[in-house]
Structures are given as structure tokens and as C-alpha cells.
Design a protein around this ligand. Structure first.
Ligand SMILES: [Zn+2]
Length: 359
């Protein structure tokens, strides 16, 4: 039933470190869930892994909760000429007869759902100082066009949120079309349909990169808190637009607020439940909640609070109170009444009706 029960010959005292080796084998295949089939998936000519939220056991044994972070050592053998891309740093690549073994090491603690491998006929090329793309050769020109600001985007986020949390950032563009792009630790996966050549999906590029700070380096402990990941990733799309000067985050927030106001108001952001976990309203209302905090605190206090939060929680997991604690401290320093902040958080996070747009 998806669980492994282990009994030991000797009692192991609580708090004792020990090594447990699990040998396993089988044919990986997707897991059927409330959100469709997830995990290991075959592509037209390879394979990909898209595990959020609980698809990781489709390809390795694990305690599949977001709070269980671990370091990883991943070795995958594939037929030539296939490339294997995974999280972390490529340690070695050994060819033997008609196969090649790719060895990756992930030194920063990683949640199970963020572990991935991508198998396909990929070529690799630099996008910037610490940004790289993997794509089928025939898509290279389009990828270079769509991702030409990837490095600038990363540099911009670093200036706002602090240092990029992993050794480098990679984007994988599959030959197949994908319903949605997906974040993994240190990399993001896009479908060939997301690189139309006209920057139509640039907000998704901004969104996935933001997850490296919000969700990956700083992870949630429970899926009910997904607004913390998705609200910030969505808000980063708006910050990027603001950075480009196309529009302000306030204007973008207002347009999404209008859309939200015409949709059903029957979900609680603080705990949307299984069915609505990936509902667009969680993303947009989460982002507007963050915008409301920015309006209340002012830019200086708000961004300092976010940087402190990311710094303190780097490579660990959080609950919303970890973020809220930093916001409260910033509000106190800015002379904002605690009741005013508490009221804002309550109406946006715990109440169903859409609160007033942040002035
Ligand atoms: Zn997201």
C-alpha cells in the first residue's frame, strides 16, 4: 500500500544515528492522484519526472512529505545518445559500451517532490554566468530568444531577495508539449509549447525561477501552506514586470483582484484543501496578500522582512508563522499597530470573502 514497514533485530534507541539501506527495483510509472497522473512519465523519446506534490515514490522509496529534506546522490544509466539531467552538480559521466552513467550529487537538503531526472536528446548551452539551458538542438534558437533575460532575472531576484541559493540554475525544455512548467531544485522544466518565440510565457519563466527561493531553498512543511510558495512565486512575476517598467505590481495586482472578485469565494487561503490546492485563486490571492503586506509596511520594511525570512530559513522548512514573525517585527519597527497587521492577515488568510483591495 505504498508503505514499507521495517523491524530491527535490536532495539535502536531514539536519537541514535544509523544507516538504513533500501534495495528496490521495478518499472517506474506515474502515480494516479487527485491532480492527475504525476511522478515518472515517459515522453516521446525519453522520460521526465514531475512529482509535485506526491509523485516521488513513483521512482524511489522515500518518506514523501515536504518537511523531509535530504541530500541526494543520483546515478542514472541511459542508452546513448540520451542525456540525463538531474538536480545538483554533475560529478561524473562514464560511458560503457552503448550506455552512459550520469552521477549527480545534491549537497543542499532537498524535498522529495523536488527531486527529478530528465532523459532526452538534449544539448546544453550557457544562458549567462550561472544559468544554463538544456534543449533539443532544433529548439536552441527559440530557447535563446525566450530565455535571453534569464540571467538578468536571476540577478534582479538576487538584488531583491539575496544570493541565489544553489550552485547554478538550469532550465530544461522538453521536445514534448507540457501542460504546465514545473520547478525542481536547481532547475525548472518547460515544454516546447512554452517557447513560442514571442515571450508570451515570460511570466512562467519568472515564476519558476522564483521557486528556487520560495519553495525550494525555503520549503513548506505542510501542503496546506502552499500559498507561501505560490503566492510569492506569483508575486515575483509582478515584481519582474515592475522591474521591466511595463507596469507596476500594484496595477497587475489590481487587474487580478478584479478577476478574483468575479470568481467563487469559497476557499480559505490558509488551508485550501486537496481539491483547491493548485487552484489559480490560491496563487493570485496569495500574491495579493503579499502585496497587501508590502503596501502596509512600505517597500523598505517589507523587502527587509522578506530577506530576513529567506536568510533565516534557507535550506530548511517553514510554517507561515516563520514568515509572519518577520513581518510583525518589521511592522513594530515601522510603528504599525499590531491589530492592523493581525486584521490584514486574518481577512486574507482565514476568511473566505475577498477583502478590500489594498489601498
Ligand atoms: Zn508555482
Amino acid at each position: 500500500g505504498g508503505k514499507v514497514r521495517i523491524t530491527f533485530d535490536d532495539t535502536i534507541e531514539a536519537g541514535t544515528d544509523f544507516v538504513l539501506t533500501v534495495r528496490y527495483g521495478g518499472n517506474p510509472r506515474p502515480i494516479r492522484t487527485a491532480w492527475g497522473e504525476i511522478g515518472w512519465e515517459e515522453t516521446e523519446s525519453g522520460a521526465l519526472v514531475a512529482s509535485q506534490p506526491n509523485g516521488a515514490p513513483s521512482w524511489f522509496p522515500c518518506d514523501d512529505t515536504p518537511s523531509e529534506k535530504a541530500t541526494y546522490d543520483i546515478r542514472v544509466t541511459a542508452d546513448n545518445p540520451f542525456t540525463v539531467i538531474s538536480n545538483g552538480t554533475l560529478v561524473s559521466k562514464k560511458a560503457q559500451n552503448s550506455t552512459t552513467t550520469w552521477h549527480y550529487k545534491v549537497d543542499s537538503p532537498m524535498a522529495t517532490y523536488l527531486a527529478t531526472i530528465q532523459v532526452g536528446e538534449y544539448t546544453k548551452f550557457k544562458l549567462g554566468r550561472n544559468t544554463t539551458a538544456w534543449a533539443p538542438a532544433h529548439l536552441r534558437a527559440r530557447v535563446e530568444e525566450e530565455f535571453k533575460q534569464q540571467q538578468e532575472m536571476l540577478d534582479f531576484y538576487e538584488s531583491v531577495f539575496g544570493e541565489y541559493p544553489f550552485p547554478d540554475y538550469q532550465v530544461v525544455i522538453t521536445d514534448d508539449e507540457l501542460e504546465i512548467p514545473l520547478e525542481a531544485q536547481g532547475l525548472s522544466i518547460f515544454g516546447s509549447n512554452h517557447i513560442a518565440g514571442d515571450h508570451r510565457f515570460e511570466r512562467l519563466i519568472a515564476h519558476e525561477l522564483a521557486h528556487q527561493w520560495f519553495g525550494n531553498a525555503v520549503g513548506i512543511s505542510e501542503w496546506k501552506d502552499i500559498w507561501l510558495n505560490e503566492g510569492f512565486a506569483c508575486y515575483c512575476e509582478w515584481l519582474w514586470v515592475e522591474h521591466l517598467g511595463t507596469s507596476t505590481a500594484h496595477e497587475v495586482a489590481r487587474s487580478h483582484y478584479l478577476v478574483l472578485s468575479r470568481k467563487g469565494q469559497d476557499l480559505t487561503l490558509a488551508d485550501p484543501g486537496t481539491r483547491d490546492m493548485f487552484d489559480d485563486r490560491v496563487y493570485k490571492r496569495g500574491a495579493i496578500t503579499i502585496h497587501a503586506l508590502r503596501r502596509l509596511l512600505g517597500d523598505e520594511a517589507f523587502f527587509a522582512a522578506v530577506r530576513n525570512y529567506l536568510h533565516d530559513a534557507r535550506h530548511s522548512t517553514v510554517v507561515p508563522d516563520d514568515f509572519i514573525g518577520h513581518v510583525e517585527a518589521a511592522a513594530t519597527r515601522a510603528g504599525i499597530a499590531p491589530e492592523e497587521l493581525a486584521e490584514l492577515l486574518d481577512v486574507w488568510l482565514n476568511q473566505k470573502p475577498l477583502p478590500k483591495f489594498p489601498a
